[in-house]
Ligand binder design. Structure first.
Ligand code: TXA
Ligand code: MG
Length: 322
């Protein structure tokens, strides 16, 4: 059954169609990265601004080198963390065959080798690099199940290769690796500490700097929009008061006087919390709640990535009324 889906998905990709597939981070909305028309369809299916470039998914570092220039740092990172939840932004090889729609006019390219078994078999079967953003409407919460994909995109998701819940549940760590000291553009499961163990110096994730930073005269991270992952109702992070009409998204032990609607991890495990985050945000984004109050999450390890997503999700102009 899954074998048939992988085969069918790969055929559709080669025909220039959209195919949604599972990865270890979140579900991706894929198209043949060498086909301009197919790539344009990704942008329209998501309602995504065309200045926001896509990640190219390949099967190996060797394949990645056909499209990007890997300096010593990039090569080391790839050898350590691929296949896995890490995207490297490297210099694009100009006439490498990847559609210029994918890289949105930048002279860099974002590349990832996923570790999820279905994703790998699908990419092998496609025989072409696959451009894929997260499979959700632009600016909204990412999808960690096929059900989320259907809710978010309906028939615009194209053919869906359905598998279980994504293991990690947060998008890949994105690292700009064009110079000697790499920069974390988007925090994720692979943390600053993990990277430092391998290469020593890393520039820490700094949303303000990244928002204003430039490589040459081009933006460093064109897609790191301030408001993102937004539920329909307001979300408040680091909540310490809990209005009765707000849903409470808890983390760790909760005192008896607070009614927690869902708990990201009762034992306070950040990895478990990350894998539940988007699913629970979606579940609580419903009537009759007026908003979602999220308890504080420690800003360490993968907690940095969780707080990054919560910060963007909370940028919709509302505050909690006491
Ligand atoms: O885990 C993931 O990375 C998932 C799965 C499907 O692989 N994909 C994903 O894609 O999260 P998306 O499109 O939702 O996020 C990709 C981010 C965007 O913020 C985009 O701006 C950034 O990568 N990006 C792509 N190319 C870039 C480049 N050349 N320079 C800087 N940022 C880039
Ligand atoms: Mg996304």
């Amino acid at each position: 059954m899954i074998d048939d889906d992988i085969k069918k998905g790969a055929e559709l990709i080669r025909e220039g169609k959209l195919v949604t597939f599972p990865t270890e981070t979140v579900y991706g909305l894929g198209a043949d990265a060498t086909n301009d028309r197919a790539v344009v369809n990704i942008y329209s299916a998501k309602g995504r601004p065309t200045f926001n470039p896509l990640i190219v998914h390949v099967t190996s570092l060797e394949e990645a080198k056909k499209y990007g220039e890997f300096n010593a740092v990039a090569e080391k990172l790839a050898n350590c963390f691929w296949p896995g939840p890490m995207t490297l932004v490297v210099k694009r090889i100009p006439n490498c065959g990847i559609s210029y729609m994918v890289t949105a006019g930048l002279d860099t390219i974002a590349i990832r080798v996923p570790s999820n078994e279905i994703a790998r078999r699908f990419l092998e079967a496609c025989g072409t690099p696959v451009a894929a953003p997260s499979a959700n409407a632009s600016g909204k919460v990412s999808s960690t199940t096929a059900e989320h994909v259907r809710e978010s995109l309906g028939s615009r998701a194209g053919f869906i290769i359905e598998s279980g819940k994504s293991d990690i549940g947060l998008e890949s760590t994105i690292i700009l690796a064009t110079r000697d000291v790499p920069v974390i553009l988007r925090p994720g499961y692979i943390t600053k500490e993990d990277i430092e163990k391998v290469i020593g110096n890393v520039e820490k994730y700094d949303p303000e700097k990244i928002a204003s930073g430039k490589e040459g005269n081009k933006p460093m991270a064109p897609g790191q929009l301030k408001s993102h992952y937004a539920p329909r109702i307001p979300l408040v992070m680091n909540a310490t008061n809990f209005p009765t009409d707000y849903a409470v998204l808890a983390f760790g032990k909760v005192s008896d006087d607070i009614h927690a609607d869902l708990n990201l991890s009762e034992s306070g495990d950040l990895v478990e919390a990350a894998s539940n985050l988007f699913d629970y945000m979606r579940r609580l984004d419903t009537f009759p709640y007026k908003g979602i109050a999220v308890m504080p999450i420690p800003d360490e390890g993968i907690g940095v990535a969780i707080n990054d997503r919560l910060r963007r999700a909370s940028q919709n102009g509302f505050t909690v009324k006491k």
